[in-house]
Design a protein around this ligand. Structure first.
Ligand SMILES: [Zn+2]
Length: 498
């Protein structure tokens, strides 16, 4: 056999399409040609494959070798095709029966020694293989990740020689997860601060509950030391546990960025630094775009502390994902989209020195204050439903032993009930609700009230729709069937309190 075909899988967002690695040996000057528009990384694989084959005790055919990676238009980045190329050369040169590879898909980078090294995105490949009843040959380093989807058939490869020895016998050993590993149950209290630790701050506690219940974005504004970060980091603990398919999706995104996240029920929490690059925050990088923080926060919380300090261009990129829960990244030849349905919590000082609002303490000029606020564009601010001021706590709150604050677990029960109501009624959370439909559902008195209040505060129609979404969440928390006047006025207060 001088022609062999081995299956592999590429990374395209969360998808993992099949790539056929075709190897043809023919007469002519010995040499190796790769076709199928491979990226530079794949070109380098020629040398790795050759060394790995020789160092594993195989012979390298002294013929003309043509390798085609098909289809041509898929991104083919990194060393993930080393292993299929090496197996293809072995099959084409008769050193491995080709039928030994039937029904298998393989991935893996080769070290010069022949050791199989880990690659990114193994989880997506494993999900795709499971759905098409294929067995995945994956690097031993990625074994745990490959085994996350239940029912996945995985062969764990440590070295090229070891793998080929197994394949030759026709009996490959499937990796087993060992002890049954149910989705790791992590009590939210262990991972995130609990609201029981937050004394006072009644408005902020209420805002967190509303944000969690309706999926709304939240901005906390207050001087340093007021507890904004503590409040924000309580939010993941108020969200419902991730469902099994959400856990897999979150783990698959992490796998694409080269991080391993075991399956567990806790929503992700990401808090990138304000000096993060656009690529780190939004996604990108050289070659095939990688998911950024906003995608790593999918189904969870993205916390941006010191919001005005973030690069304005980076913040503007948040608008699309905040609106539609997806980020589309384009590089020279490839377009990739990643899910990014995160909940945004941002924090900021009220002015550059942080002390505005405290009697006589702020030394900023009105111009400095205005410039500081202008760093946040109106369209971005428009997408933040809840804005509140977090004042410094009077010392008495800390010392006087008052009633113990309500713990996160109790708040989470109300959040869950309010979310169940929304999902049963509309199939989505209020933050994603159609504002126009909510407006039609309002009675005439309610509509009049809203248009008057909107005018008074100079709100756009989009902003009024956002007020309605928050009002719907407030009604759901109270288990009220329709939006009441008190919900409207509380929602309006949340829009203007920051
Ligand atoms: Zn100031």
């Amino acid at each position: 056999m001088s022609l062999a075909c081995v299956l592999s899988r590429a990374c395209l967002g969360l998808a993992s399409p099949v790539v056929r690695v075709e190897v043809h040996l023919s007469c002519g000057l010995p040499g190796l040609t790769l076709v199928g528009l491979p990226e530079t990384g794949v070109r380098e694989s020629k040398d790795r494959v050759r060394s790995a084959l020789l160092n594993s005790g195989f012979s390298f055919p002294q013929q003309r070798i043509t390798i085609n990676l098909a289809p041509a238009d898929l991104p083919k980045e990194g060393g993930r095709f080393d292993l299929p190329i090496a197996l293809g050369i072995l099959a084409a040169s008769g050193q491995l029966p080709e039928q030994a590879l039937a029904g298998h898909v393989c991935l893996g980078e080769l070290a010069l020694s022949g050791a199989v090294q880990g690659v990114t995105g193994t989880l997506s490949a494993s999900l795709a293989c499971r759905d098409q009843a294929q067995t995945l040959i994956a690097p031993a380093e990625n074994r745990d990740e490959a085994l996350l989807p239940s029912g996945a058939r995985v062969v764990s490869a440590e070295t090229l020689a070891g793998l080929v020895a197994q394949l030759r016998t026709g009996k490959v050993a499937l990796a087993s997860p060992g002890v049954a590993r149910p989705a790791e149950e992590v009590a939210p209290a262990q991972a995130h601060p609990d609201l029981a630790q937050v004394r006072g701050q009644l408005l902020a506690r209420r805002a967190l509950e509303v944000a969690a219940a309706g999926g709304h974005s939240l901005l906390l504004s207050g001087p340093p030391g007021a507890g904004k970060t503590l409040l924000a980091s309580c939010l993941p603990g108020l969200l419902p546990a991730l469902l099994p398919e959400q856990q897999l999706e979150v783990a698959a995104i992490h796998s694409l960025s080269g991080q391993v996240r075991p399956l567990h029920t806790l929503p992700p929490w990401r808090a990138p630094h304000h000096r993060s690059s656009a690529a780190a925050l939004i996604g990108g990088g050289s070659g095939l775009p990688r998911p950024g923080e906003i995608s790593l926060a999918h189904h969870g919380v993205l916390f941006l502390d010191e919001l005005p300090e973030f690069h304005r261009d980076v913040l503007e990129c948040l608008r699309e994902p905040l609106e539609c829960g997806v980020i589309r990244l384009a590089r020279a030849r490839h377009r990739v989209s990643y899910p990014a349905r995160f909940q945004l919590v941002a924090a900021m000082n009220p002015c550059p020195c942080g002390l505005a609002g405290q009697a006589g303490a702020c030394r900023c000029t009105p111009e400095q204050q205005a410039r500081y606020r202008q760093r946040l564009s109106a369209p971005l601010m428009d997408r933040i439903d809840l804005r509140i001021a977090v004042p410094p706590l009077p010392l008495s709150t800390l010392t006087v032993s008052s009633e113990a604050p309500e713990p996160s677990a109790r708040v989470r029960e109300r959040v869950q009930r309010a979310r169940d109501l929304q999902l049963a009624r509309d199939g989505r959370l209020n933050a994603d609700h159609d504002g126009q439909a909510l407006l039609h559902a309002l009675d005439k008195a309610g509509r009049d009230w809203l248009s008057r209040a909107g005018e008074q505060h100079g709100l756009s129609a989009r902003a009024c729709h956002r007020v309605l979404r928050v009002a719907r969440t407030l009604a759901d928390l109270a288990e009220a069937t329709s939006i009441r006047r008190q919900d409207l006025s509380e929602a309006m207060m949340f829009r203007n309190a920051g």
